[in-house]
Every structure is written in C-alpha cells, then in structure tokens.
Write a protein of this length. Sequence first.
Length: 556
Amino acid sequence: MFKHSIFLRIYAGLVILVALVAVFGYLLVQIINYQRAQEYRESLTDGVSYIISEGIARQPNEQQKKDWISDASDLLELPIYYVDTSKVELSRTERKRIDERKAAVRYDAENSIAYIIIGLKDDPDHLLYVKVDKIGERQMKALPIFILDYLVYYPGQEKEYLAKIQSNFSYPIQIEKVQNLPLDSEQIGRLRLDHSIILYRDNATVRGTTISIVSPMPSSPSEVLVLGPVPLFNWMPFQLAAGITLLSLFVLSLGVYGLLVPMQRRLREVNYALHRMKSGDMTLRLPVDGTDEMASLATNYNSMSDHIQRLIEAQRELMRAVSHELRTPVARIRFGMEMLAEEDDYEYRLQQVEQIDKDIEALNTLIDEIMTYAKLEQGTPSLDFEKIVLFEVLDQVVIETEALKTQKEIILKAPPITVVVDAERRYLHRVVQNLVGNAVRYCDHKVIVSGGINDEGLAYVQVEDDGAGIPEEERQRIFEAFARLDDSRTRASGGYGLGLSIVSRIAYWFGGRIEVDQSPALGGARFTMSWPVQRFNKAKKKVGVMKADGITNTEF
C-alpha cells in the first residue's frame, strides 16, 4: 500500500528527512565544536607558550635550560620534556604554528589528555613537549608566575612590556590597582599573603562564565597582575545554535521542496490537460508513472477523455444514423398519405392505412431502440439487481420467440434450475431477446440457446446459429451502433443495427463482457455474454472502460 500512495511517501519522506536533518545538524555541531575546541585550547596556550619560550631562551647554557624546565614542571605539576625536533613528527599546520611561536596542541579525546608542543626561541633543534592530563587551580595559579618571571627583567616598565606581549594572548593581561577590583576582604587578605586568587563570574551575555586569575605584584603591594577574564568553552553559543537551526531549516525546506516538486509537476500536467479539454481538445493524454494517487488520477483522466471522446463520436454517428434511418419510414408514410389523398378505392385505402400503421410502428420501435441505447450509453442506468433463476429467463425468451412463428428451430439447452445469478431481470431478458432475435434473423434453420456458470466462475448466456457466421475482422465492429455487415447480414434482413450495441452496453453495466466467435456445433455465429454471478462487495467497485475495439473492465 505504501508504494501506491504518494501522500504516504511524502509523510514518510518528511519523517526520514527530519531524522536526516537532525543527524546532519548533530554531526555538523560536533564537527564545528571539535574545531572550536581545538582553537580554544590553542588560544589558551599560545600566550603561556610564548612566555615559557622567552624564559628558556634567557638561560645561558643547555644545563640551565633543563633546570629551568624542571622547575617549571614542578611548578605546574605537569611533565615537560626537552626533546629533539627530529624525534617529533609535525604536520604542516603544527609546523606553521611553531614557526609563528605559537603552541601546537594534540588532544586525545579517548583519554582526555592534551599534548602541547612549544617551539623554543633561537633553538630550532629542540622542542618542549608538555603532557597535560589535568587542569586545576594549581596550574591556573602558576600561570601568573611565568609572566612575572618575564617582567622581572623590566623593572618599572612592566605595563609597557605587557602591552607588547598582549598580542600573544587571547585574553587580556594587565596590571590593576587592588581597590579597582570587586574583591571582598578575604580575597584582599589572601593577596596580601602573596597568594593568587581565582575569580569566577557568571555573565548573562554570550560570554557566559569567565575566569580571572589575580596575582600580587612583588614590586608594588597596591597593584596586582590580572589574567582574564577568560571565557569558559561554550559548546552551544547563540551564534552556533542560530546558524545550525537556520541551516537545518534551509536543508529541510529543500527536502520538502524536493518531495513536493514531482507532485506539483504532475498536477500542473493535469491542470494543463483539463484546460485543453475545456477548449475542446480531447486528444491530449497524461503519462501514467507508477501506481500512486497521481498515476490513478492520470489513468482516470485518460479514461474520462477516452469516454468523452467516444461519446461525442457516438453522438455524431448516432445523429447521422438516426437521420438516415428515420428518412425511410417517414418517406413511406408521406408517400402513403399522398396515395390516400388520390385513391378512391376503399380496399386500397385500407391497405395504405395498414402500411402507414406498420411504418409508424417501425418508427416507434426505432425510437424505443434509440432511447434504450442512449440511456445505456450516456451514464450508469438505474439497475435493480436481484437473485434470478437463469432457466426462467431463457425459457421465457424461447417461448416468446416461438410464438412469433419464425419457422426456425430454437433449441434450449436448459441450465439446472438451481443456477441462480445476480442480474437486472429486465435487462437480462433484453440481452437474451436481442441475441435470439439476431440469431433467428440470420440463421438458416437452427438456433441453440444455453446458459449457466463457466469454468471461470462467471454466469453466462450463449446463443449460436447455423448461419453464415461473422468474419473475424468484423467481430468487434458489429457492436457499434447502426453497424451492418456487407455480406448476408444486410439491410434486407431487417433491424436497425442497435440490438448488439444495446447488448454490449448491458454487458458493460453488468460488469461483464460480450464476445462473438464461430459456433463449433452449428458453424455459424456464437454470441456469449458473461458476468459475475454475484455482485461485488461495497468495499470494491467495478469500473469499465468502453473502447472502440471492445469492452474492458478494471477492478480496484
């Protein structure tokens, strides 16, 4: 059922699309945050790496450099290795950062360990390799010590040199007066004891939580060195959330557009076809793609166009045929009336009146046939289906035909009395009557009438004769209105060419079919109408499409 419904496909497509967009958004956030986190780690280490590099460069020999590095390792409580450059494989990006005197950070997410690689000033043969497996208060309070160690070489010029190295830090570093900071008495007391303090601030802005490290200046008790505020890493800042949301909505909109475009295109084709039909052009047919509702709509439109086109053609043919068929009896009536006006012989006048009466009866019969055919042709007739014993209908028609003294032998191969079918009695009687009348008209001596239920489980009635039969190439054309063949079935045999057309329409509305072939027993024509023994359930509907080459039925 899923593949037959375009709307189910759209709904399922929307669900899948939302899921895909959600996964896409999640992955995109993870990728962006991974890059942001890497940039955040590097930005925090760049300034300290620069200061450490400067501190090591001031040492006069390699042993003192190693001693300085050992002291720094103890201060930070982190392992720091002095290694040869050749022993460390650097990527192009890492090499570029080290050449710019910035830190290269490698992060092991599985073990939550960062490795910081620091280039050394005037020592391209060695690198510092720092393993950071923890970041706590001890490490943060040690950072100002490295900066103060750098400033100790510039007494009285601390602020100027802080300004020079500020570009290496992603956060502000400055010297402030103690009284200018929002500190409580306990924090001020700790500063007077030469202890560094850490300040946490929660800001109701996009910066979020920040950390500032305040350390006393040895050379000036009233001043302190302030690092920060340093914003903590925000995994979902407003700009990222807004960007991902807008991008997801855009991708979702593209997906919805992609789901609806095919249906919109096919609806546009249907609308165009309807406009063509409204202008009188019935030749356009819609392509039928798939088995969904749009394909069903295209199929129904094509069937409707075929039906309307056929009705128009049938109406034109009917008008031509009716006008032709009416001329003969009308001309005879006019001729008879003129003869009556000029004839004085009473007996002859009676003969003319009798002939006129026959012509009027012929007109009534023709009009009745035309009205029946038109009623069956133009739309669904009012059918009152009921349970009917098939034998009774066949026997009634045989008795009525024999009463006409046709001088033809009519044989009834009666079905069992237990054979009961669903049908409209009046129309079923009309079918058998037309088929038997047609057979009597064109047979030589014998007509066989039969009925029952065939091997396909369909009810059927069958009439065969021993006449000349119908050529195979003409077997479909005889069901057209006013159609007559050029051989033995000529106008001289009587009839108007509507009987078999009426039979074909009744078969159509019964949900069945009418077929003609050669009788294996008599050699003439054999007509067989079959239809369902029982009516369809209300859950099903029978739709028939009458085509120029016969009748087809479609069940859905």
